[in-house]
Design a protein around this ligand. Structure first.
Ligand SMILES: Nc1ncnc2c1ncn2[C@@H]1O[C@H](COP(=O)(O)OP(=O)(O)OP(=O)(O)O)[C@@H](O)[C@H]1O
Length: 267
């Protein structure tokens, strides 16, 4: 393995994924700058989750190259990959009968020896991750018994406990109330300002407009646009990709772009 190049983030080079006889990702080319908050957007079924899974190594790309800091991930040891990349996704672990703290401790697995119990350092990292994700208040409750929004915070806490360099988040605002959505986005963008690289699949384009440094738009398994939110989240791009009519104005409270949508036809 070559020396990691910290000035390089994530590089996706002609990434292809096939499953069930279908081509789900077709030559995906994109890069994610280190320490950025990058939003992955696109219609239902576009391939966002598939792409996050391929980057995390949950599924194997059938072609192309995925590299972090210049190192090809497919060649990395599983443990090193798990110390580098964490995936926070909703459907994970719903069957686990653990307390929240135990569930978040699972994030320390890549750092523990085969039979080693977590030490004080691991518990400290877990405590911090629970606090950052706003999950400390229910740390001793059972994960199964939590609401969807509470689970979402625990899933994020577990990913943070992994202390990754790259955090992949699949719809991190799903199930959250409006205040909690903004808190999660503030947390992710704050972590990115602190040096963590964040790639988050988001459905709410106004969240991408307000928080992302960079936006990658996928449709039909391909990247169709990428760049700064101001130049990508435009009616021209959005209308074509989502089949809607978009108006863009300025958010009266934040000054960020504000997108409003209507059906493509008047019905
Ligand atoms: N294991 C699989 N076998 C066959 N097709 C699959 C498999 N997994 C996903 N797909 C298909 O791949 C396409 C992309 O799915 P994916 O979940 O990546 O989309 P997405 O952009 O995350 O969508 P959403 O916004 O609806 O969550 C969909 O058409 C889906 O049905």
């Amino acid at each position: 393995m070559s020396e990691p190049d910290a000035s390089r983030g994530l590089d996706l080079d002609r990434v292809e994924v096939r499953a069930g006889g279908r081509l789900l990702l077709d030559g995906v080319e994109a890069s994610v700058e280190p320490g950025s908050f990058t939003a992955l957007v696109g219609p239902n079924g576009a391939g966002k989750s598939t792409l996050l899974h391929a980057i995390a190594g949950v599924l194997t790309a059938s072609g192309g190259r995925i590299a972090w800091a210049g190192d090809e991930l497919a060649a990395m040891r599983r443990r090193d990959r798990a110390r580098t990349i964490a995936l926070a996704e909703q459907q994970a672990d719903t069957e686990l009968d653990l307390t929240v703290r135990q569930a978040v401790l699972l994030g320390r697995t890549p750092y523990l020896g085969p039979l080693a119990a977590p030490g004080p350092d691991d518990r400290e990292v877990v405590g911090r991750a629970l606090a950052d994700a706003g999950a400390s208040a229910f740390a001793d409750r059972r994960f199964r018994e939590l609401s969807g929004g509470e689970r979402q915070r625990v899933i994020l806490a577990r990913a943070l406990a992994q202390e990754p360099a790259l955090l992949l988040a699949d719809e991190p605002t799903n199930h959250l109330d409006v205040g909690a959505q903004l808190a999660a986005l503030e947390l992710l963008s704050g972590l990115a300002r602190g040096g963590l690289t964040v790639l988050a699949a988001l459905h709410e384009l106004n969240h991408a407009a307000a928080y992302a440094d960079h936006v990658i738009v996928v449709a039909d398994g391909r990247v169709v646009a990428a760049g700064e939110p101001d130049s990508i989240l435009t009616p021209e791009v959005i209308d074509g990709v989502y089949g809607v009519r978009t108006a863009r104005s300025e958010h009266p409270l934040t000054g960020r772009p504000l997108l409003a949508f209507a059906p493509a036809t008047d019905g």
